[in-house]
Design a protein around this ligand. Structure first.
Ligand SMILES: Cc1cc2nc3c(=O)[nH]c(=O)nc-3n(C[C@H](O)[C@H](O)[C@H](O)COP(=O)(O)O)c2cc1C
Ligand code: SF4
Length: 378
């Protein structure tokens, strides 16, 4: 499935003979794993420290599917991109998945990752690759410089890049930065993959670029399969737009920033009017509460408490004091964990309260206007 968006018109000076980092910089490649950090900057640091390379093909985010698609359809280019980036390359994928089997069958080194949300965070992968647990490292030394593991043993400097990012590296090397910049927007150049799921006729991976309309994204996934009420953007590390907001926005950092969101790891999921958004959000937060490594305060106490309050709200057993407590608990999560997992959960929960404010009011009044249309919830 392919759908195009606006064309960027910034011209660049191709330098295919120049160093790879310069090429990636002129292409404007940013990471496709969620944080959108400059790949050239990460690569320069890695080269300076002779870093190992881990290609993150875990698709660990809720609703993610694009990295499995890259492995299935572009494995040779992925290998080429990885070879360009470093000498010692491992590809990380969840244990027992078709993606893991494809990597092994292609003769690439596989890092088998347990099926937990936080296991695919970059320092978790580095820890696992060094024989430790697949848990985020709680030390603050950048992994690109070579951090220490939980027992104080030194680990090799490591560059962790998302699988789509590595595929893009191979494409930029083959086709040049001008080709790359001919797609997307000035601020977010280049082709991108988006996993479109939920209330669409043909859920799957869409090849597109930043600046595409949500209508075109859904059309590329076969159109709506129900009456849409909201769009989930970026999974658990992202948040929500109402269907009306999505009609007036494009899938781009510029438009999504107004809602505290970004294109992130390429995930759009559509909710329709047969599902209560608060119940959906509460289920996702309950999943999150069970997925942390339980090493830091916000994950041990904060995330489960937020999930519990959201569950009360969805069940119609919350009052205004519960809502106030929930907002307070969400505010206590960011910046207090060793990794950014609680920050993502806080953003997701806050975004749901914003987008679903009418549903929150209805539930506080004991009604669920979406699921069951006017059903009393208490
Ligand atoms: C809890 C958590 C889970 C993550 N899971 C993934 C994942 O499954 N795949 C991925 O590419 N990045 C994941 N990330 C982001 C990685 O830590 C890392 O930033 C990314 O792989 C870097 O690649 P990029 O620079 O190409 O985006 C996760 C981050 C967090 C905080
Ligand atoms: S913040 Fe949570 S997920 Fe991150 S390292 Fe601490 S306990 Fe683990």
């Amino acid at each position: 499935m392919t759908v195009t968006s606006t064309r960027a018109d910034r011209s660049t000076t191709p330098s295919s003979a120049g160093p790879l980092a310069d090429l990636l910089e002129s292409a404007g490649l940013t990471g496709r794993g969620g944080a959108a950090f400059s790949t050239a900057t990460k690569l320069r640091s890695a080269l300076a420290h002779d870093a190992d390379v881990i290609v993150n093909a875990c698709d660990g985010e809720v609703g993610a599917a694009k990295d499995a698609w890259v492995v299935e359809h572009h494995l040779d280019e992925l290998r080429r991109g990885a070879e360009l980036l470093g000498r010692r390359v491992t590809v990380a994928a969840h244990r027992g998945t078709p993606t893991a089997r494809r990597i092994t069958a292609a003769g690439l080194a596989l890092l088998e990752v347990p099926h937990r949300y936080v296991s695919s965070e970059e320092s978790s992968l580095v820890s696992l690759a060094h024989g430790g647990l697949a848990r985020p490292l709680t030390k603050s030394v950048p992994i690109s410089l070579g951090s220490k593991d939980a027992r104080g043993r030194r680990m090799r400097p490591t560059l962790v890049l998302n699988a789509e990012t590595v595929w893009r590296v191979a494409q930029i090397e083959a086709l040049g930065p001008d080709w790359f910049r001919s797609q997307g927007t000035l601020d977010e150049p280049g082709p991108r993959l988006v996993a479109v799921s939920g209330a669409v006729a043909r859920p799957g991976v869409v090849q597109t670029s930043a600046g595409v309309s949500f209508g075109d994204l859904v059309a590329a996934a076969g159109g709506f399969s129900g009456r849409p009420t909201a769009f989930g953007i970026g999974g658990l590390g992202g948040g929500w737009l109402t269907a009306a907001e999505a009609r007036g926005a494009t899938w781009s950092g510029g438009d999504l920033a107004a809602y505290g969101l970004r294109v992130g790891p390429g995930i759009v999921s559509v909710l329709d009017d047969t599902r209560c958004p608060l119940a959906h959000v509460a289920r996702t937060l309950t999943y999150a509460a069970g997925e942390s490594a339980g090493q830091c305060g916000p994950c041990m106490f904060g995330v489960p408490a937020v999930a519990e309050d959201m569950g009360r709200l969805a069940a119609g057993t919350a009052d205004r004091a519960t809502l106030q407590r929930l907002r307070g608990r969400i505010g206590l999560l960011p910046g207090r964990g060793a990794c950014r997992f609680p920050d993502g959960v806080a953003g997701y929960a806050a975004s749901a309260l914003r987008a679903f404010a009418p549903e929150v009011a209805a539930h506080l009044a004991g009604r669920c206007d979406v699921e069951g249309r006017g059903r009393r919830v208490r």
